[in-house]
Design a protein around this ligand. Structure first.
Ligand code: AMP
Length: 153
């Protein structure tokens, strides 16, 4: 019998069913509370808090992974652009102390004011209803990860 694998995202345990992409040093995972369809995360496999904690190999793998995943999800979610963001440290809005890049497919008119997406990413910003956004179920995340995994096979 094979036990399901679990990955660490800071203090959070991520079941392998949420992971749709694996490289030597990074993982692509679906989001518990996406702010838009296709909002996914690229994280380092190793638990490291800040971008500067990554080795050159890990950092370049993260960028190459973001390039591959971004290209695939933009197409898959019928986007025409991508927002890619790292909130590197708590004062920059980082809520999970494990370096990760947000990848969000964008399209014309998705936010009335284009840069409002950054307020929405920063869940500590006043007036943003991130705390009210309902976490997705394990099944919902597995279903999305299964579809995205197929893009990389
Ligand atoms: P940040 O605020 O930049 O640290 O981003 C943290 C991200 O992690 C947010 O997009 C959250 O929705 C996401 N997140 C938190 N818990 C989980 C989880 N268990 N699985 C997947 N994504 C998560």
């Amino acid at each position: 019998m094979r036990f399901p694998k679990v990955y660490q995202f800071g203090p959070i345990s991520i079941p392998e069913t949420q992971v749709f992409y694996t490289s030597q040093h990074c993982l692509g995972l679906v989001n518990l509370k996406p702010i838009a369809p296709g909002h996914v995360l690229v994280i380092s496999k190793r638990v490291a808090t800040r971008l500067h904690d990554l080795s050159p190999e890990e950092a370049s793998d993260m960028m190459i992974s973001a390039q591959k995943i971004g290209h695939a999800i933009e197409k898959y979610y019928n986007g025409t652009s991508l927002t890619m963001a790292i909130q590197d440290g708590p004062q920059a809005g980082q809520s999970v102390p494990h370096v990760h890049m947000h990848l969000i497919p964008r399209r014309q008119g998705d936010w009335a004011n284009n840069d409002d997406i950054y307020d929405e990413l920063d869940n500590k910003k006043k007036g943003v209803d991130n705390d009210e956004r309902k976490p997705r179920s394990t099944e919902e995340m597995k279903e999305e990860a299964d579809r995205l995994r197929a893009l990389f096979e």
